[in-house]
Design a protein around this ligand. Structure first.
Ligand SMILES: *Cc1c(COP(=O)(O)O)cnc(C)c1O
Length: 372
């Protein structure tokens, strides 16, 4: 059996309905901030329970433009987690600010109890990352932000539809940044992103930031960027959005099946650790990530059995060459660093079967039983 990590071939095996939508865009020549962009934004905002959503060119730009809209610039500090994807820090640095890392907890999410120790007179914002599709402790984070007068931009790129007591990711902070990258739960045929907000003022600013600072065709209020969501991608997004509930349901069902099998295994063997599932949080399982002893050998064993497991990510951001000027060294973030050596993402997507999961878990079992 071959268990693939990528599912795009299966997801887009039937595309006539999407091509038909794109055809309509082409026939109208409505490529720039067209009708579909507005329709998609409206649906996206509804989905997240926010007043507005603004379509942009990527998840990275969603983060960057959010920070820009909040007036973040050089000399400012922005707090985030060291175990995210590069883009989180890339956006902070591109905005001119200095990233300040805070260690994570057993759930791979920023440890809110450590944030206040890292606030200085220069701190302007917190960027919590809802890694794997699991929402951060937004109650604590928003409380800290309020006490210290900080802005919050949620990196919700992996967390479309995730919630905390039924309140959706992207609706807690000043803004939520989403990615529509082909490998995200809600994906388009190239790059795309979305920013959610409840603020009338920020909405106006974001609309100008993504479109050259234009108030209208002949009035440029401030020089800005070209980071519009393409109408073609919005047309794809509108079609793919119809399946999002199914995608989330299936991913959740398969994740719970993994949980049950692995937790049974753990009773006798402790080499695998599944993060605790918290009742008042709804995860959307962008990734199914567990901790494993002898991780690199396990990965090799799984790959040999044609199971496409992956590591997200083996080298934390504070130890990347790009972070050298920030002055962090190994040992600064012990939880994150220990996890980086042990995390493994098992294949999980909406097109899997229970038999494939049985096969993955059997392979894990055989690794620890016979190779110790
Ligand atoms: C994917 C991702 C991004 C970047 O999104 P792009 O659309 O690829 O620019 C940022 N942060 C996190 C946590 C992501 O997973």
């Amino acid at each position: 059996m071959k268990v693939q990590f990528s599912y795009l071939g299966k997801q887009f095996s039937e595309v006539d309905h999407i091509l038909e939508s794109i055809r309509k865009v082409a026939l109208r020549g409505d490529f720039t901030l067209g009708k579909e962009v507005e329709a998609f934004e409206k649906k996206f905002a509804e989905l997240c329970g926010t007043k507005y959503a603004v379509g942009v060119n990527s998840g990275t730009d969603a983060l960057f433009l959010s920070l820009k809209a909040l007036g973040i610039s050089s000399g400012d500090e922005v707090i985030t987690a060291p175990n995210s994807f590069y883009a989180t820090v890339g956006a902070i640095v591109a905005a001119g600010a200095k990233p300040v890392f805070v260690d994570v907890g057993d759930d791979y999410l920023i440890n809110a109890d450590l944030i206040e120790n890292n606030i200085t007179s220069r701190t302007r914002a917190i960027v919590p990352v809802h890694l794997t599709g699991n929402i951060c402790d937004m109650y604590k984070i928003m409380g800290i932000a309020e006490r210290h007068g900080l802005s919050v931009v949620e990196d919700a790129c992996q967390a479309i539809g995730a919630s905390l007591d039924r309140k959706k990711a992207g609706s807690f902070g000043d803004m939520g940044a989403f990615s529509l990258h082909p490998l995200k739960n809600l994906n388009v045929w190239g790059d795309g992103g979305m920013i959610t907000t409840n603020s009338d003022y920020d909405y106006e600013v974001l609309c100008k930031l993504r479109n050259h600072g234009l108030k209208d065709r002949n009035t440029c209020e401030f020089y800005a960027y070209n980071s519009r969501l393409s109408t073609v991608q919005a047309a794809v997004g509108l079609e793919v959005l119809k399946d999002l509930e199914m995608v989330t349901e299936k991913r959740t069902k398969f994740a719970h099946y993994y949980d049950a099998l692995l937790n049974f295994l753990i009773k006798s063997r402790s080499q695998i650790r599944v993060p605790e599932r918290v009742r008042h949080k709804t995860q959307v399982f962008h990734l199914y990530m567990v901790l494993a002893e002898r991780r690199d050998q396990l990965l090799e064993h799984l790959l040999k059995n044609e199971i496409e497991a992956k590591i997200h990510y083996p080298v934390p951001l504070h130890l990347q060459p790009a972070s050298r000027h920030l002055g962090y060294v190994r040992g600064h973030f012990p939880v994150c660093e220990a996890q980086a050596k042990r995390v493994i993402s098992l294949p999980l997507h909406q097109h899997m079967t229970l038999e494939e999961i049985d096969y993955v878990v059997a392979a894990i079992r055989s690794f620890y039983d016979f190779k110790t």
